[in-house]
Design a protein around this ligand. Structure first.
Ligand code: AN7
Length: 368
C-alpha cells in the first residue's frame, strides 16, 4: 500500500484522482543495538530507514504526491534541480505516470547510482555548469513562465507527502520520540516532519506551506507530544550554522551540497517551535559514522544520511540529549546510491585467491 492510500484522510488528494504510486512509505524503524554511546546512557536510538523506498530515498514520499497532483492538474511534464535523489524519484514517478521529466544536475557532483536512475527512467538529464543552487534558480525561472510543473520541495505537495514519515514513526512507537535528528540540505524534509508531528499533535505550525497550518485544526489529534527537531549539516555546506547562504558549498556528502536552502524560513520555524538546534560535521565525521552504521549495525546509508546519526551520537555524549531519551534519526538514502564512496572507505581490500580449497583456507585462517 502506498502512502497516499494509507494516509489519504490527511493528504490533499481530490476524490477520484488518479494516484501515481510505487508503493512508497512504510519503511522500517530499526532500533540500534550496538552503539556504546547510546547504550551507556540508556538512550533508545532508532533509525527510520528511508533507503528502502522504491527509488532508494525519502524523496519518493514527496514525489508520489507531487506527480499525482501534476497529472491530475493536466501537466504533461515535470522539472527539478537536484543533487541526485530528487531527480531519481522524479524520473521514476514521471515514467510511471507517462509524462516527461527534465532534471538539472550539478556539474560532475552527482553520485553514480542516482544518475543511473534518472537515465534508465528516461528523464532528460541536463548537467549544468554550476551547483545545485544555480540549478534551483534556473528551474524556478523556467517553471514561472513555461507549462511545466516544478517538483522540487518548494512545491507544497512534496512536503505533504514527506510529512507521512512522522505519522509512521508515531504509529510505530505509539508516541513521538523526544528528539528527531535529520540531515539538512534544501531543508524541505525537516520542515515536512515538523508538519507531520504537529498535525498528529493537533497543533498548527509555521512550517506548513500549503495553508498556513490551518488544516491542522481540522484534524483529529492522536498524540499530545512533539519531538525537538535537530538539524545537522556538513561543515562545508552549513548555512543554518552561518545564519546566511553559503556561496560555494562543498562536502563529500553530495546530496546535501547545498548553500541556499529553499525552505529556510520553514526550517527555522521547525527548529524554533520545537526547541531544537542545528549543528555541523566534518566530512571525516560523516564518513566515519556511515562506516560505523555499516560495520556495527548492518545498515548501509549514503553519507548525507549518516549526518543524522553523527549528530545524535555527539549530542548524546555531550548530554544535550539526556539519558533515557528516545531518539529517531532519519536515514534519508540508501548506501548503494554512492558505491564509489563506500568502496573508497572500506577497510578490507579484496583478496585474490586461486580457486582451490587449500588456497581459500590458507587465506581465511591467516586472516583470523
Ligand atoms: C540522501 O535530491 O536536495 O533538507 O536534490 O538526498 O529536504 O533537502 C537531496 C537532499 C538529505 C536533504 N539526505 O534533505 C536533491 C536533494 C539525502 C538527500 C537530503 C537530501 P532536504
Amino acid at each position: 500500500m502506498g502512502l497516499i492510500e494509507r494516509y489519504r484522510a490527511r493528504l490533499p488528494v481530490a476524490d477520484g484522482a488518479r494516484i501515481i504510486t510505487l508503493g512508497e512509505g512504510s519503511t522500517p524503524l530499526i532500533q540500534l543495538q550496538n552503539l556504546a554511546v547510546a547504550n551507556a546512557r540508556n538512550v533508545s536510538l532508532y533509525v527510520k530507514y528511508e533507503g528502502l523506498n522504491p527509488t532508494g530515498s525519502f524523496k519518493d514520499r514527496g514525489m508520489t504526491m507531487a506527480i499525482t497532483r501534476a497529472v491530475n492538474a493536466g501537466s504533461q511534464a515535470v522539472l527539478c534541480a537536484s543533487t541526485g535523489n530528487t531527480s531519481a524519484a522524479a524520473a521514476a514517478y514521471a515514467a510511471r505516470a507517462g509524462i516527461a521529466c527534465y532534471v538539472l544536475i550539478p556539474d560532475g557532483k552527482v553520485a553514480m547510482g542516482k544518475l543511473a536512475q534518472a537515465m534508465i527512467h528516461g528523464a532528460v538529464v541536463l548537467q549544468i555548469q554550476g551547483n545545485f543552487d544555480d540549478g534551483m534558480k534556473l528551474v524556478k525561472q523556467i517553471a514561472a513562465t513555461e507549462p511545466i510543473t516544478l517538483v522540487n520541495s518548494v512545491n507544497p505537495y512534496r512536503l505533504q507527502g514527506q510529512k507521512t514519515a512522522a505519522f509512521e514513526i508515531i504509529d510505530a512507537l505509539g508516541a513521538a520520540p523526544d528528539f528527531h535528528c535529520l540531515p539538512v540540505g534544501n531543508a524541505g524534509n525537516i520542515s515536512a516532519y515538523w508538519i507531520g508531528y504537529s498535525e498528529y499533535a493537533g497543533q498548527t505550525t509555521g512550517a506548513c506551506n500549503l495553508c498556513d497550518g490551518q488544516c491542522a485544526y481540522l484534524r483529529q489529534a492522536v498524540t499530545d507530544k512533539r519531538p525537538r527537531m535537530l538539524g545537522y549539516q556538513a561543515a562545508g555546506a552549513a548555512p543554518f550554522l552561518r545564519g546566511e547562504p553559503v556561496a560555494e558549498p562543498e562536502t563529500v556528502a553530495s546530496a546535501i551540497r547545498i548553500g541556499q536552502p529553499q525552505s529556510w524560513e520553514l526550517a527555522w520555524a521547525a527548529s524554533r517551535e520545537s526547541g531544537g538546534w542545528f549543528d555541523e560535521f566534518s566530512d571525516t565525521d560523516i564518513l566515519a559514522t556511515q562506516a560505523l552504521l555499516a560495520n556495527r549495525e548492518g545498515i548501509f546509508c549514503e553519507p548525507a544520511s549518516a549526518v543524522s546519526v553523527a549528530g545524535a551520537l555527539r549530542d548524546i555524549e555531550a548530554g544535550k540529549i539526556p539519558a533515557h531519551s528516545s531518539v529517531v534519526c532519519t536515514l534519508t538514502g540508501h548506501g548503494l546510491k554512492d558505491p564509489d564512496i563506500a568502496m573508497r572507505q572500506s577497510a578490507a581490500p579484496v583478496t585474490k585467491v586461486a580457486a582451490n580449497p587449500d588456497e581459500v583456507k590458507r587465506v581465511i585462517f591467516a586472516e583470523c
